[in-house]
Design a protein around this ligand. Structure first.
Ligand code: F6R
Length: 610
């Protein structure tokens, strides 16, 4: 996690660094800091606990920070609490400053060795050992680049770093392993950042660093080398991100903007991928047809909301006879694997940088899983680069920490994969035509679901003083209940749990009383009658229910039962539609509670630590 940005610029670098930090704040926001090599060739450093707004206040008190070379950081704490002392940049003496996104796994060992060399530590972070290590090499006479090369050779873990030194004031060295780092190419200026969006106001042209790359920005030149100094050649990429796509516009929060963008995002995800009543299989990339022909089963791997998309999709794949396993990426390592023949790995990720998903993908390769496909929202991400096949969700940048449009576009993309694989498992053209028709109707159904917002705002008022909530669903809607509970937890800090509705009587029913709101989704599917029975079990015990129901489900308001009718929708795509009122519910409860909706406490958007 954490965001880093750095530059060697023609004019004062501070505004550029601050702008970059604000665009990276989604990656972590518990403390922040900036270091600039000033016009007296000294490092000026300002850090503060809290969000970037706090850093700006500290900067306005500390006065001007002139200088054309600098680095900056927004933190998601791992080692050491989010205090000013632990905020980056970290320094060794007065001449060297460093920012890092990642975790140094052998920091304890390095720390002990450095202590034996008489080095004293100023912070509790793992990062400080890196800056000390570099300093030791500079003290032996190495220049900054050589010192970084020596240092990364001893680091274990995943990291992206940026370093500046007053010995070489127009130089900035960056390095990455595991955590992302891009190099921005400006007009007579060069930059580094954790992602392209950080630099979008200054450049559209980038090099994307690969694992093990070290970038040396020096006197207007950019050189990329490996750990041994061998030149590395990376293609120049032009970002298609626009400033408008990442602007808040008329909305109060990115989460609200992104909820309301879902109709258009789904339409974009389908664009050029279906024609008439058919899927255009080429959308999965060259070689996809041959890989699909060999596929006998799939293994979905993802985290958080993306994992829940996988759980929904399992129902969809199995309906057409495609065997499907779904696993939380961080758990994939924790068991032994009997690798099935012809098993296609499918990773799901908004960011494409989630380290748990990336390392699970690497493990599938070691274990001999067949091929991999990623469904991802960030084109230049590590997951996209490391997968055999790619299906982009064209959701546009998702900035709110709580995932919304990424989820519904992942589900849409998964429907396309259901067709591609279903064709190999006996799906008929009539089935395919039906699925395509449903997909074409999706954007309009999403818009209809969004019209429920006023009713949801009223209901949200009932939650603001609650401490717990239960979410219920059955079949493909159990993961939707999980997603609804996750959204409510993240945004409102209300403890929420989701259960398959049939599981309540096996224990959780003991929690139900009139202080426990119970939220259920009730599509008009073959599980409806059983769900109705479960709803009655809750009512019989005095539980207060809120049910989002298809009108054809014939569930109506009664004592302790409030119903919000969601426009009728085919049961197979209903999970996509029923997710939307639950997103809006979480948003409006968060709004009433006054939480920081786009940056909920303790979280970050891109989870690049294991
Ligand atoms: C929840 C949320 C997270 C992410 C998870 C995976 O709202 O956003 O649970 O879904 O961290 O992230 P990606 O999809 O980027 O791999």
């Amino acid at each position: 996690m954490c965001g880093i940005v750095g530059a060697v610029a023609k004019s004062d670098v501070l505004p550029l660094l601050l702008d970059g930090l604000k665009r990276l704040e989604y990656r972590g926001y518990d403390s922040a800091g900036i270091a600039v090599i000033n016009d007296r060739n000294q490092i000026s450093r300002t850090r503060s606990a809290g969000k970037i707004a706090e850093l700006e206040k500290a900067l306005s008190c500390s006065g001007a920070m002139p200088g054309t070379t600098g680095i900056a950081h927004t933190r998601w704490a791992t080692h050491g609490p989010p205090t000013e002392i632990n905020a980056h940049p970290h320094m060794s003496g007065q001449n060297l400053a460093l920012v890092c996104n990642g975790i140094i796994e052998n920091h304890e060992m390095l720390r002990q060795a450095q202590r034996r060399n008489g080095i004293e530590f100023a912070s509790e972070t793992d990062t400080e050992v890196i800056v000390n290590e570099i300093q030791q090499h500079i003290d032996r006479g190495l220049d900054l680049l050589a010192a970084v090369m020596e240092t990364v050779a001893v680091l274990e873990g995943a990291y992206a770093i940026g370093v500046v030194s007053t010995n070489e004031p127009n130089r900035l060295v960056g390095a990455r392993r595991g955590s992302p780092l891009v190099v921005g190419i400006g007009e007579g200026e060069s930059y580094i950042a954790s992602d392209m969006s950080a630099l979008i106001s200054v450049t559209r042209d980038f090099f994307i660093l690969e694992n093990g790359d070290i970038v040396d920005i020096h006197d207007g030149n950019i050189a990329i080398v490996d750990q041994s100094g061998r030149p590395q050649f990376r293609d120049r990429k032009t970002s298609r991100l626009t400033a408008e796509a990442i602007a808040l516009g008329e909305h109060r929060h990115y989460m609200a903007k992104e909820i309301h963008e879902q109709g258009a995002a789904i339409a974009n995800t389908l664009d050029n991928r279906i024609t008439g009543t058919r899927l255009l299989e080429e959308c999965f990339g060259a070689g996809a047809a041959a890989i699909f022909d060999e596929t006998r089963s799939i293994q979905i791997i993802a985290c958080g909301t993306s994992y829940y998309a996988g759980l929904v999709a399992r129902h969809w794949f199995e309906e057409f006879g495609v065997p499907c396993q779904v696993e939380i990426a961080s758990e994939f390592h924790s068991r032994h694997h009997a690798v099935p023949d012809g098993c296609l790995t499918v990773t799901l990720s908004q960011s494409g940088e989630t380290i748990d998903t990336l390392s699970a993908l690497a493990l599938t390769r070691e274990l001999g899983y067949m091929n991999s496909l990623t469904i991802c929202n960030v084109p230049e991400s590590s997951l996209v680069r490391e997968s055999d096949l790619v299906l982009m969700t064209h959701a546009g940048p998702e900035i709110g920490v709580a995932s919304t449009k990424a989820f519904t576009t992942q589900l849409t993309a998964l429907r396309l994969l259901v067709i591609a694989l279903g064709r190999r498992f006996g799906m008929t053209e009539t089935d395919e035509a039906r699925l395509i028709k449903e997909l074409r109707e999706l954007p309009a159904k999403v818009e209809a679901a969004l019209t429920l917002e006023p009713a949801i705002m009223e209901i949200a008022g009932q939650f603001s003083d609650k401490h717990h909530a239960l979410f219920l669903g059955r079949g493909a809607h159990y993961p939707i209940a999980l997603e609804g509970a996750l959204k409510l937890k993240e945004i409102s800090y209300i403890h929420a749990e989701a259960y398959p509705a049939g599981e309540l009587k096996h224990g959780p029913l003991a929690l139900v009383d009139n202080e426990m709101p119970v939220i259920s989704v009730a599509p008009n599917d073959r599980l409806l009658n059983k769900l109705k029975g479960n709803i009655e079990e809750v009512r019989a015990r005095g539980g207060k229910l809120i049910v989002f129901a298809d009108p054809h489900a014939r569930i109506y308001d009664q004592e302790n039962l409030q119903v919000i009718h969601v426009a009728p929708v085919d049961s197979s795509i209903a999970p996509i539609i029923f997710a939307i009122p639950l997103q809006m519910l979480a948003y409006h409860v968060g709004l009433i509670k006054g939480t920081d909706i786009d940056k909920p406490r303790n979280l970050a958007k891109s989870v690049t630590v294991e």
